[in-house]
Design a protein. Structure first.
Lengths: 166, 269
């Protein structure tokens, strides 16, 4: 890894990629059926962190490609997650300076809103292509994501500082 | 997105994308495989002996059933020939393993470890030890995606084993329940009836168990009776599955007479 001596560009591209890969893996680990509804949106959370911390490196393009992979994993129409993640990345880019100032709890609230927007967009568009849900339980992941945010934030910040990714 | 819905070219690119993701899926599957292997190693001897005895007695029972089954199979074919009907053809099966589950709870899909390199084709039925599980809906090179019969978009032509009443089992997006569609109030369906595939529609072979009728609600205010059925396959537990290859059904015209019934039926096997 290029962790020891950061490249002029800031280095750590591989590390960022690795965190996203872990996120993709976490988002398809088999869970018991009833827990499936509560699966946090790992990829969206990790994306929000990196966009917030390094807006000049991780942006909407990365979000788009991540979304494509997520689409393949979830078996949804190609481009659904790509669109919703791109929108989240855009919103985070708008908010990133404020987000950095917030205490972690307030950040978690914003993450809840952002992931909630992601879920709403995703399920709204899924409904166009024939999948319907009859209740609001699909919003549960955004609550869980918000609850897990402080830990994820600390871990990712630790990683960023450890490898001095700028 | 529209491109994905309407064009086959994009489907291909999807296969490439999932090829990229295949190693990830394997990696995720490692812990559960590892756990299985560890529990195979760390098992005490008396347990193995007990299990062995149990399996032997089970095998004996099953063998007895198969013997009878063989005789019945030939008898059935002979009777069919008497009636100048067509043969029942045996399907070929391939053992496959489940390596992943779709993380989206709205879609009941699983991922299996065979793909187009292993000659999986679209629409192939998947069974487990209990009964029908689903059909292949998407193929990549080394993996493919199976839609379970409980998916809200799945419908399966079935019949009641007791009396041959034909209907359609509709998935509801609920892992342990399906519903029978448009069943008249007067239809002869009782609780605990076995529901089997009817083979109509040509996707699923005939005669595999699908579900047990769990509840029949006859409401005079409704046009149709509501029949709930419980799948016999362990949809959320099975790991080793069977991929069925539907045989090319030979079209036998009425005037071609098979020479000798017994040899003809043996050739078919």
């Amino acid at each position: 890894m290029n962790s020891g001596a950061p490249a002029p560009s800031g280095g750590g591209g591989l590390i960022i990629l690795a965190t996203f890969l872990v996120g993709l893996m976490l988002s398809q680990i088999p869970l018991p059926y009833y827990l499936e509804w509560a699966r946090p949106e790992w990829v969206a959370m990790i994306l929000i962190y990196w966009v917030m911390a390094l807006p000049h490196r991780v942006g909407m393009g990365v979000a788009f490609f991540l979304g494509l992979f997520l689409d393949v994993i979830k078996g949804s129409v190609l481009g659904l997650n790509a669109l919703s993640l791109t929108i989240i990345a855009f919103l985070t880019l708008l908010l990133h300076q404020r987000l950095r100032m917030f205490p972690v709890v307030q950040q978690a609230l914003m993450v809840m809103v952002l992931v909630g927007i992601n879920q709403l967009l995703f399920h709204w568009m899924q409904a166009f292509t024939g999948y319907t849900g009859d209740n609001l339980i699909f919003l549960l992941p955004c609550l869980i994501s918000a609850v897990l945010w402080p830990w994820l934030f600390v871990v990712l910040r630790g990683i960023r500082r450890l490898f001095r990714i700028k | 997105m529209a491109a994905d819905l309407y064009s086959a070219k994009v489907r291909e690119s999807r296969a490439y994308l999932s090829l990229l993701l295949t190693p990830l899926q394997w990696v995720i599957d490692v812990p559960s495989r590892f756990a299985g292997e560890v529990s195979d190693i760390v098992v005490d001897r008396s347990l193995l002996v007990k299990e062995n005895a149990k399996l032997k007695s089970e095998a004996l029972l099953l063998e007895r059933k198969v013997q009878q089954n063989d005789a019945l199979w030939f008898e059935n074919n002979r009777l069919r020939e008497l009636l100048k009907g067509s043969h029942r053809v045996d399907e070929e099966v391939q053992l496959v393993e489940l390596i992943g589950v779709n993380p989206d709870p709205f879609q009941h899909q699983v991922i299996i470890n065979r793909g187009s390199e292993d000659h999986v084709v679209l629409g192939q039925p998947i069974l487990d030890a209990g009964g029908v599980m689903g059909q292949v809906t998407e193929i990549s090179y080394y993996t493919s995606r199976v839609m379970l019969i409980t998916d809200a978009r799945h419908a399966l032509p079935v019949e009641i084993n007791r009396n041959g009443f034909r209907t359609i089992a509709i998935g509801k997006g609920d892992l342990d329940e399906l519903e029978l569609d448009h069943v008249p109030d007067t239809a002869d369906i009782q609780e605990n009836d076995l529901v089997i595939t009817s083979g109509l529609g040509g996707r699923f072979p005939r005669g595999y168990p699908v579900a047990i009728v769990s509840k029949v609600i006859r409401d005079p205010g409704q046009q149709f009776a509501r029949v709930r059925i419980k799948p016999t396959a362990l949809l959320d537990k099975s790991r080793h599955l069977l991929l069925v290859s539907m045989p090319e059904v030979p079209i036998v015209s009425a005037d071609t007479q098979p020479e000798d019934p017994v040899t003809a039926s043996e050739e078919e096997r």
